[in-house]
Design a protein around this ligand. Structure first.
Ligand code: NAD
Length: 354
């Protein structure tokens, strides 16, 4: 297969690309326009791989996306490109609407035109796999409630609303134009190559630098954590075995409060990085409670039984094993995050473009 991945230089997209290149003979066409969260350093070996092509293209640009389809003639699409950070969506929602809604619309339209021109055997193979989030479902009221594939949408943040809209667009193109599509909604991911603005890498790096570990509100918000390589594996399972028109929720079966997550990171660091920054006696002493995020959902939790029952996917990592791997990865890869924190990962890119 030739797999067109959008957003393949982001956190989850790069895990998907690494997995395809390392464990299959498929070809990847990576379409990414390198926003602040796209990072060439996250695919260090891909440029030497004959099965990999990079296209620096904005998914909102119809002509550029059409050219990519015409040039590469992909077998399937995995759509991950998005603006993905809730706090940024509260500060500046417009780009979320542009990329997540109009970008998805544009990709669907170009896919529809391309699909209609395929012969029947290629039509049979074609998939538009849309990668979305459990945040479209909003807040869970009951302690034992879980998000199922038929849970009504009730997004709280501009980010979640834009993703909800993109999910509706994909289903509409599937119903109206018979574009063969699958949608996945997953819980919070964590793991290597995660941009340091997100909770887990932010806490690891702040702790290593002796800076405060900020926790929104009382820290009792619950999230279901999914190790990124498990997610990548789940996405490829859905791509190859999922039924057209279906939605699959992907979760890690790891419900944790934010404060539990931060405390687990602190205790891992106590054993993995015992030499602390000056003035820090225990990492957990750096925990600081800050004003809660507006519209902050209290609990997300996924019922991932459908993908297990129908496609045989379950995550390999527990939260404990995945978090240990993650903390160790950040300790072993200061060059990757150092270049993010200093901004050098972007300056190099500007140099290339001049
Ligand atoms: P990310 O922010 O790390 O990466 C997004 C990538 O998309 C970047 O490489 C960026 O350069 C690219 N991009 C952004 N706008 C673009 C545009 N207009 N044209 C082309 N490329 C563009 O995001 P992520 O965490 O890897 O998330 C990937 C997908 O998974 C998103 O759709 C997100 O909504 C979804 N998701 C993420 C999580 C999570 O915990 N990270 C959870 C559920 C769902």
């Amino acid at each position: 297969m030739k797999i067109l991945v959008t957003g393949g230089l982001g956190f989850i997209g790069s895990a998907v690309v690494r997995r395809i290149l390392s464990s299959t003979t498929n070809t990847v066409v990576n379409v990414d326009n390198l926003t602040y969260s796209g990072n060439m350093d996250s695919l260090p070996d891909a440029q030497f791989n004959p099965n990999y092509v990079f296209e620096k293209v904005d998914i909102c640009c119809a002509n550029a996306v059409r050219r990519v389809f015409e040039t590469h003639k992909p077998t399937v699409i995995m759509h991950l490109a998005a603006e993905s950070h809730v706090d940024r969506s509260i500060d500046g929602p417009r780009v979320f609407m542009d990329t997540n809604i109009m970008g998805t619309f544009n990709l669907l339209e170009q896919s529809r035109i391309y699909f209609q021109g395929l012969d029947s055997s290629l039509k049979e193979k074609f998939r538009f796999h849309h990668v979305s989030t459990d945040e479209v479902y909003g807040d869970l009221a009951g302690k034992d409630d879980l998000f199922r594939e038929d849970t009504p949408y009730s997004p709280s943040s501009p980010y979640a609303a834009s993703k909800a809209c993109s999910d509706h667009l994909v289903r509409a193109w599937s119903r109206t134009y018979r574009l063969p599509s699958v949608v996945t909604n997953c819980s919070n991911n964590y793991g290597p190559y995660h941009f340091p603005e997100k909770l887990i890498p932010h806490v690891i790096l702040n702790a290593l630098h002796g800076k405060p570990l900020p926790i929104y509100g009382n820290g009792l918000q619950i999230r279901d954590w999914l190790y990124v390589d498990d997610h990548a594996n789940g996405l490829l399972t859905v791509l190859t075995k999922g039924v057209v028109g279906e939605t699959y929720n992907i979760g890690g079966h790891n419900e944790k409060t934010n404060i539990e997550v931060v405390e687990s990171i602190c205790s891992l660091l106590e054993s993995l990085a015992p030499i602390k920054p000056k003035g820090v006696e225990r990492y957990r002493d750096l925990i600081t409670f800050v004003k809660d995020r507006p519209g902050h959902d209290a609990r997300y939790a996924i019922d991932a039984s459908k993908i297990d029952r129908e496609l045989g996917w379950v995550p390999d990592e527990t939260f404990e094993s995945g978090l240990q791997k993650t903390v160790q990865w950040y300790l072993d890869n200061p060059e990757w995050w150092g270049r993010v924190l200093s901004g050098a990962y972007r300056l190099d890119r500007l140099g290339d473009e001049l």
